[in-house]
Design a protein around this ligand. Structure first.
Ligand SMILES: [Ca+2]
Ligand SMILES: [Ca+2]
Length: 237
């Protein structure tokens, strides 16, 4: 009985739903498609499938072969399910470049959770897709942490390879993220701290830490924020 009560409290506190859908969706590598190759002059080396438009039909992201004359970057084409090129991105080679999709607001297009950088420092950022201007615009940079209620220690550093999902709550037409803007985390290394932000907030993920001894500084006042509420709190006035 005591165990049951503890589990209920944990589920309520951390919004864990045993039947919950996965919030973070990763593109799935698929075979190259001749219809796509016909659209693009460059040679396609990798095609992934994901619904990045939010209409529940999978779209395509294609990496092309780097041009030897250019060297340090390649082109990435974002093509919708009707074989229309919606975005063409220049991608520079970095040590880390991983992204997931998750809808964080009331428009149907998913936002991008992007982990990128070098061994000296990894940036964690949410991006808003802007198809009209052919770009992905940073919404905010943050400190990722993993909440693991099964361990004594509550918070672990959220290396992207340890993250399994984002702590998200969907209620009353709003989507909320579990975050803290009251913490003592100081990041060493070469990371991006945008001028527009007063701080890098803590954003909570689920997952399992492979480096549980990595110290995470004090984090207080976890709260559910909508994207708008959080951006408003951390933007320089
Ligand atoms: Ca789609
Ligand atoms: Ca959205």
């Amino acid at each position: 009985m005591k165990f049951l009560i503890i589990m209920i409290v944990i589920f309520v506190l951390f919004n864990i739903d045993v039947y919950a859908q996965q919030n973070l969706i990763k593109p799935l590598v698929i075979e190259n498609d001749d219809n796509i190759q016909k659209l693009i002059d460059e040679e396609i080396v990798l095609t992934a499938s994901i619904d990045f438009t939010g209409d529940s039909i999978n779209d395509f992201i294609c990496q092309t072969k780097p041009n030897n004359n250019i060297g340090d970057y390649y082109l990435e084409y974002w093509i919708n399910s009707e074989y229309k090129i919606l975005k063409k991105k220049i991608k520079y080679f970095t040590d880390y470049d991983e992204y997931w999709f998750v809808n964080l607001d009331n428009d149907i297009e998913p936002e991008i959770f992007w982990a990128t950088g070098y061994s000296e420092g990894i940036d964690y950022v949410f991006l808003d897709q802007d198809f009209e201007n052919n770009e992905d615009v940073p919404i905010f940079y943050f400190n990722p942490t993993i909440l693991d209620p099964s361990k004594h220690k509550e918070f672990f550093w959220g290396y992207y390879w340890d993250i399994t999902d984002l702590k998200l709550k969907k209620a009353h037409n709003s989507i909320k993220l579990l975050c803290s803007i009251n913490h003592k985390i100081y990041r060493y290394g070469e990371i991006t701290v945008p001028n527009s932000q007063v701080q890098l907030p803590v954003v909570c993920f689920s997952g399992k830490s492979t480096q549980p001894d990595t110290e995470v500084e004090e984090i207080k006042d976890l709260r559910w924020f909508s994207l708008e509420e959080l951006v408003n709190e951390i933007t320089k006035k």
